[in-house]
Design a protein. Sequence first.
Length: 68
Amino acid sequence: MTLDAEARVARRAARRRRRWPRVLAVVVGAVLLVAVGLAVGLAFQDRPVPGGTQTFVRTLEPLPQQPG
């Protein structure tokens, strides 16, 4: 099947028009990938260091007093 010159030009123009949404999708995907990578990296950086000091606070109830 052969196409005349006008049909070939129209097909090429249609292909060019359909290309930019794909480029936009790739750019948006790359930005999302970087954002997720940054979030995961910060989450790993913020984790607590094992073996740190722990402080427990406990309220003691007074013992009942004996009548004198």
